[in-house]
Design a protein. Structure first.
Length: 132
């Protein structure tokens, strides 16, 4: 998982305070992030620079990102990347659900899947990486 989060940081032109929030630059960049982070839950947050309520939703998204490092959050400027289902701002797409307007943190948190822990992975000791 850490490998993918580091990759996400490298892919993003600017990253918010939490390391699992990436600023999506364009549609190609959006597809690349999805391809590189398959198997992770994604939260898409659409905002605009002129939106009055977007800064409030941004703070909520950043808090969620800090608390849920196992989820990939994508911050998308809707003036740059258009989506047909996004008609008002701020909009959050999570778990197949669509939320327009400022959405409370508790509502979004209820849709985030808890991280699955593999009990076998906890009992296995890490092996050293062989030198090449």
């Amino acid at each position: 998982m850490r490998k993918y989060l580091i990759l996400l940081i490298m892919l993003c032109s600017s990253v918010c305070q939490a390391t699992n929030i990436g600023q999506v630059r364009n549609l190609k960049h959006w597809h690349r992030i999805y391809d590189e982070t398959q198997g992770f839950q994604h939260v898409e947050y659409f905002y605009t620079d002129w939106c009055v309520y977007c800064p409030q939703q941004t703070r909520i998204i950043e808090e969620l990102a800090k608390e849920n490092r196992h989820v990939i959050f994508m911050k998308i400027n809707a003036d740059i990347l258009k989506r047909p289902q996004v008609t008002s701002y701020p909009t959050v797409l999570i778990g197949g659900r669509h939320f327009s307007g400022v959405t409370p943190k508790s509502v979004l948190q209820s849709l985030i899947k808890p991280r699955k822990v593999n009990p076998q992975a906890l009992s296995v000791k890490p092996q050293p990486i062989p030198a090449r």
